[in-house]
Design a binder for this molecule. Structure first.
Ligand code: SAH
Length: 251
């Protein structure tokens, strides 16, 4: 039973030029239900509100020349300061979505989910003035080695990963523990009814027999073998890291 003052909910704050993009896909399904139930809260703050001129200018040409525009340091910094000083924002990690950032991971998602929330700065155009990153010690996070046109979709990916890890969001308490990346392995393959299914070419495909055997021990062994095999074949990097970790444990 929860007694007394309820703890503040996990809060995601996005700084963006397109606040109307939020909650977007996060308003549906698992994350959407949790949002409606107040398990987490989401605030999208319009960077343009902090523009200094009446035209609402937020970007300018890069010093040194080159293509594209850069988010102005004065405007972006004012937005970050305003949000970071709001009640309840003390100790909230300040993140800039950036293809140059550290690759986002399940492990970082878990850490963020365990904290009070996250402030996510969404870049646009060519990016943001470097001095803002320094001045606010922004943690740069990338969602992959590809370039998006803005940080909003990347921010949503980070939020979604964190929210499904919050207590009470996912149905079964341990449905997260066997998932891909949680222990350095990818997931085993899933099957559901019907047990025999004829694909588009008429070929009958039957689910692996062990899964309908009712033998829990054998199922667990088979699944672990599948996880190891799939990880070894598809992600030699994960496999090597796991072998190194196992080797260190033995020492
Ligand atoms: N000129 C930049 C790309 C800018 S893309 C470069 O070459 O690195 C515009 C914005 O989209 C970025 O400021 C960032 O906020 C976001 N973005 C693009 N790709 C991203 C990625 N892989 N991960 C996180 N954010 C990304």
């Amino acid at each position: 039973m929860r007694q007394g003052v309820a703890p503040p909910v996990w809060t995601a704050t996005a700084l963006t030029l397109f606040p109307e993009m939020f909650p977007g896909p996060l308003g549906e399904s698992l994350a959407g239900r949790a949002l409606k139930e107040g398990v987490w809260s989401l605030e999208a703050v319009d960077i343009r509100r902090f523009a200094k001129d009446r035209h609402g200018t937020v970007d300018d040409a890069p010093f040194g020349g080159g293509a594209g525009m850069v988010l102005k340091p004065d405007v972006l910094s004012a937005a970050i300061e305003a949000v970071a000083q709001a009640p309840g924002m003390a100790g909230v990690p300040k993140v800039l979505l950036s293809p140059r950032g550290a690759p986002f991971s399940q492990a970082r998602g878990r850490e963020l989910a365990a904290g009070p929330g996250v402030l996510l700065v969404c870049g646009r155009f060519e990016g943001v003035d470097e001095r803002v990153i320094e001045a606010h010690a922004l943690e740069e996070i990338s969602v992959g080695d590809f370039v998006l046109s803005g940080g909003e979709i990347a921010a949503m990916a980070v939020m979604d990963c964190c929210v499904r890890l919050l207590p009470g969001v996912m149905g079964a308490p341990d449905s997260a523990s066997e998932e891909s990346f949680e222990d350095g392995l990818l997931e085993y393959p899933h099957y559901t009814r019907p047990a025999t299914w004829a694909g588009p070419d008429g070929t009958e495909r039957r689910v692996p027999e062990v899964l309908v055997s009712g033998h829990h021990g054998k199922v667990a062994t088979w699944r672990m073998q599948q996880r190891e095999e799939i990880t070894r074949r598809r992600r030699p990097d994960l496999w090597a890291a796991r072998r190194t970790a196992a080797g260190n444990e033995e020492k």
